[in-house]
Structures are given as C-alpha cells and as structure tokens.
Design a protein. Structure first.
Length: 114
C-alpha cells in the first residue's frame, strides 16, 4: 500500500510532467484540463483527510485561480473556446496550468506535523 506522501508525490510529478509535455498525457486540451483538475482535487482531498499541512492561501484551488483570471466559474478551455484541433491549444492550457501551479491558489503540501 502506498503512503500518503508517495501518492501526493505521484500527483505532483504527474502535474509537472503533463504541463511539460501535454500531448503525451491527453488526447485534447479539454481532457488535459479535466485530468489535471481532477488530480488537483484528489490531492487536496488526500491532504484534508490525512492531516497533511497545506501551503497556500486558498482551499479553492483551481476554481479560485480561474475566477481570479476573469474566467468566472468556467474552466480555461470552455471559457476561451479552445480549439482542440490546434497544436497551440495544448500549449495554452499547459501554460495556464503552470501559472496556477506556481500561484498562491495552488495548495501545495508539506510533511505532516509530528
């Protein structure tokens, strides 16, 4: 059985790799964004259930980041009507996610308090 730390490290690694090479991780930009968003929520859920300390100013994560970037309650692809046939669309989604992962809205994790 994997530890909480190992699972969170895997999620972090996946988020990083998928934003570096998005076409290897999804068939289209919408599915990339959906997958990254679900993994982000899963990581937040694991942290909240395990007592892992959070580093960040928001517990709303990606939704709050989208709102702060004038997307309202929509996600990036839907609001900007990303064309899933265009190569540049993968790059746009990946770059937006890279911004999120380094923003105050992303809830990173830290070692559990002893």
């Amino acid at each position: 059985m994997r530890t909480t730390r190992e699972i969170l490290e895997y999620i972090d690694s996946y988020l990083s790799n998928a934003t570096d090479r998005p076409k290897m991780y999804a068939a289209n930009p919408e599915s990339l964004e959906d997958t990254l968003s679900e993994l982000d929520r899963l990581g937040s859920f694991i942290m909240s259930e395990s007592g892992t300390r959070w580093i960040g100013e928001s517990d709303e994560g990606y939704s709050a980041f989208c709102s702060a970037n004038d997307l309202g309650s929509s996600n990036f692809c839907y609001r900007l009507k990303i064309d899933h046939q265009q190569e540049a669309s993968f790059t746009q989604v990946a770059e937006f996610w890279k911004e999120y992962l380094t923003s105050k809205f992303f809830v990173a994790w830290d070692e559990p308090a002893s």
